[in-house]
Design a protein around this ligand. Structure first.
Ligand SMILES: [Zn+2]
Length: 317
């Protein structure tokens, strides 16, 4: 059975992941801004907020958190290492490039294989000069759809998966049904769809659209609980219950996409726009609601423990 690399340089059996939040962030920052204007940032405050969020999830039994922060949004393995030391929670990091439109000239001018090589380096050697290996590769598509560079980054992620066997976890935008573009490209690239997560599908409560994606055999991320501006909690929860009722329990994953720090907006705007967003909302509000609607503990364990494990596990052993 394949081992899962964790932050700090160790590795665990997939069975050791336990209760897992599969799509969160410890810190999301804009690299070019931070590099040039470090005075705008407060590293210690960001660290305190990350530890607070991870400890909150830990109190509800979370043993593993997958940090979807990749290149482009401030991936920093040393920051995550400090959070692991402070909390004792397993953190898993990945490769990938986060963009809605363009890649840096470095990769644009060298072509797709240069990006594949960078991802494979993170997976096989380690991230940012450390011995922490990437355990997954991320692919991203959003409202601008399939730009030339976005397609290059998605194909590079797919090829890194084919070369190394790591799962693909994705960010998609439901407004233009770009989730389906990911599936199409993955098929062209020979990706094992059972090892992919189509993320942010839970921003929609169009059950027939979600089932169209599920029928491809992928995992679907209902992974933005608390981000009410995209879809309110109640509608996310009802969609989850309906998908379980229809028999999709083996293919759904829950998470918050929570960012203890996100520099895209002033902090007070984040606080006032999404006041309930946290790394514990699923445990506080969603799971109790699922239970009262007849979802069993076995089904809850399937979604929070078994599905993250089976999406991380290679099928051939
Ligand atoms: Zn995310």
């Amino acid at each position: 059975m394949n081992k899962i690399p964790i932050v700090g340089g160790g590795e665990i059996d997939p069975g050791g992941m336990g209760l897992t939040l599969f799509h969160e962030h410890l810190r999301l920052i804009t690299e070019v801004v931070r590099w040039n204007w470090p005075h705008l940032y407060n590293d210690e405050e960001e660290f305190r907020r990350a530890v607070e969020a991870v400890n909150a999830a830990k109190r509800f039994g979370a043993k593993t958190i997958i940090d979807l922060t990749v290149a482009g949004i401030g991936r920093d393995v040393r920051f995550d290492e400090r959070v692991v030391k402070a909390t004792g929670v397993n953190i898993i990091m990945g490769a990938g490039f986060y963009t809605y439109t363009e890649l840096p000239f470095y990769f644009r001018n060298r072509g797709v294989e240069s990006l594949v090589d960078a991802f494979v380096h993170d997976i096989t050697v380690g991230i940012q000069g450390t011995n922490t290996k990437a355990a997954f590769v991320k692919a991203v598509i959003d409202s601008p759809g399939l730009t030339k560079d976005v397609e290059m980054a998605i194909r590079a992620a797919a090829r890194a998966h084919v070369k190394t066997g790591v799962p693909i976890i994705t960010h998609s935008f439901v407004g233009n049904k770009s989730s389906l573009e990911l599936v199409r490209i993955f098929k062209e690239e020979g990706v094992d769809l059972s090892r992919t997560v189509i993320g942010h599908v839970g921003d929609s409560d169009d059950i027939s659209f979600i089932e169209q994606i599920l029928r491809e055999g992928v995992f679907v991320g209902l992974d933005r609980f608390g981000l009410d501006l995209y879809l309110p909690l109640e509608r996310r929860t009802r969609t989850t219950i309906e998908l379980i009722r229809r028999g999709w329990v083996d293919q759904i994953l829950l998470s918050h996409d929570y960012c203890p720090t996100i520099d895209w907006y002033p902090p007070e705007v984040v606080k006032s726009t999404v006041p309930d967003w946290s790394m514990m909302l699923i445990f506080e509000k969603v799971i109790p609601r699922l239970r009262s609607d007849g979802v069993t503990q076995e089904q809850i364990d399937k979604i929070l423990i078994d599905n993250p494990r089976s999406s991380s596990q290679e099928n051939n052993d």
